[in-house]
Design a protein around this ligand. Structure first.
Ligand code: PHE
Length: 475
């Protein structure tokens, strides 16, 4: 069962920063704040925090320990233990293969905005229709996507320690400094609008952090819970082979429990700070309505906020988009690395060759996603009720459909086939303390598979039918 490959992170810090680099991405900076704003501020945060230390922890431990124990990347890890369960590895491998096709497109959008801010075109980005005009144009989104993909490929091409680890060690501390800096700036803002109403960043922060129970019904609460759960496993990059792959690069003497706590802390910390950076600023300049703008937050509302800040806004906006670009790059690197590692082990080909081939295939697939906003435009209602284009469909298949399936199967595999002790042994390999051991056992055997089944039913629309039935019966 020992690893054939010799790539590895040089030590625990390299591993923690690379894994945090994967976890911290547009999910933290873009999605977390808008979900928190929409779902009752502190209420969402409270639910999310509880889920991180229970459910998120369980999934992170499972992936990373499977990786280190087998020394194999996702596609081979399950197979090396049981031929019958090799299907889980294959399914898990499909997820990053789908995600890369649209993550690079979003990465391209971020680079485009970054280029606009750096070249002083910040005012334009705040104009109505700017974002839609850009993504529906034919050439520009493809060019930026290709640049983003090339940057990702360079890091992966350079290897695990010389590429991924080295890159993360520079980027991640820089990212933290930027997010803290902008959050402090944002909280100290104050603005009086045309009606003479003054709003301050501190008030915005209060709205973000204090739980708001108005209008919270049973169904609404379930929705908040499901939002938090969906966000959680996208944010931690679990159940898609990525953390298994990174786990396989961790040296045997590293304390996994401690590293995993640090990764959780990093990912959650950045999400919370991103909220403290975005929500007060949006509140100050756009009021509470601005806060419910949803997915359009980053590319439509924020540029308006930066413009409203006056001259300093273009600097803050520039720093903001540098930060998001960094976060997105380290995430995309982990997605590509998982694909490269899998293909390397299946074909026996070398890293450089495989990286190039994957980059070319990903480029072709991502071009199709870009064209989903013009040539291949359609509006499809997804089973969970959302209406989307090609990018949303790819996101739906990978995150809402496949990921729950992989998680359920992984939990059954660990909880009932190889048994939790298999993981616990790996966690305590060097005699370390595995703090949440008993909780882990209960979570992986019972709670996680049940919760994931509910999430899967929500994504496929089955849950709504059941909830409506319950509400009807209760009158
Ligand atoms: N975890 C990343 C984020 O929060 C996203 C991601 C998804 C990264 C899938 C890798 C794989 O944005």
């Amino acid at each position: 069962m020992e690893s054939k490959k010799n790539s590895s992170f040089t030590g625990s810090i390299g591993f923690v920063l690379a894994a945090a680099g994967s976890a911290v991405g547009v999910g933290n900076i873009w999605r977390f704040p808008y979900l928190a704003a929409r779902d009752g501020g502190g209420l969402f945060i409270f639910v999310y925090l509880i889920l991180v230390v229970t459910f998120g922890f369980t999934l992170l431990v499972t992936d990373i320990a499977i990786g280190r124990k087998t020394g194999k990347s996702a596609i081979d890890a399950f197979e090396s233990v049981s031929k019958r369960w090799s299907i889980v590895g294959k399914l898990a491998f499909i997820i990053p293969a789908i995600i890369i096709t649209y993550y690079t497109v979003i990465g391209g959008w971020i680079l485009k905005y970054l280029a606009d801010y750096v070249s002083g075109r910040c005012l334009q980005t705040a104009q109505d229709g700017y974002f839609t005009g850009f993504i529906t144009s034919q050439i520009s989104p493809i060019v930026y996507m290709l640049i983003f993909l090339a940057l990702t490929a360079i890091v992966v091409y350079a290897g695990v320690d010389k590429g991924i680890e080295r890159f993360s060690k520079v980027i991640m501390p820089g990212l933290i400094i930027m997010v803290i800096g902008i959050a402090v700036f944002s909280v100290t803002l104050s603005h009086t609008d045309a009606n003479g109403v003054t709003r301050t960043g501190v008030q915005g922060l209060a709205i973000y952090l204090i739980p708001d129970f108005t209008g919270v019904t049973f169904t609404k609460f379930i929705n908040i819970l499901l939002d938090a759960m969906n966000q959680l496993f996208f944010s931690l990059s679990v159940s898609m082979g990525i953390m298994i792959t990174y786990g396989s690069y961790v040296k045997k003497d590293v304390d996994l429990d401690k590293s995993i706590r640090q990764i959780e802390f990093f990912d959650t910390g950045v999400a919370l700070l991103a909220g403290a950076m975005i929500i007060p600023a949006v509140y100050v300049f756009m009021g509470t309505e601005g806060m419910t703008s949803g997915p359009s937050l980053m590319f439509i509302s924020l540029p308006k906020v930066f413009t409203a800040m006056g001259p300093i806004g273009s600097v803050i906006g520039g720093v903001f988009f540098v930060m998001v670009a960094f976060a997105a790059l380290t995430s995309c690197v982990s997605i590509m690395e998982t694909l490269v590692a899998g293909i390397m082990s299946k074909t026996g080909a070398g890293r450089k060759k495989v990286s190039l081939v994957i980059a070319v295939i990903a480029a072709a697939a991502s071009v199709i996603i870009c064209l989903g906003y013009n040539i291949f435009y359609f509006e499809l209602t997804l089973p969970n009720g959302a209406v989307g284009q090609l990018l949303d469909v790819a996101d739906y298949i990978s995150n809402s459909f496949l990921m729950p399936i992989v998680t359920i199967l992984t939990c059954i595999f660990v909880g009932w086939i190889v048994k939790p002790q298999w993981i616990i042994d790996e966690m305590q390999r060097n005699g370390e303390k595995f703090g949440r051991k008993n909780m882990y056992i209960v979570m992986v055997k019972y709670i996680a598979p049940v919760i994931m089944t509910v999430l899967f039913m929500q994504a496929t629309g089955i849950l709504n039918i059941i909830l409506n039935m319950i509400i009807n019966i209760m009158g």
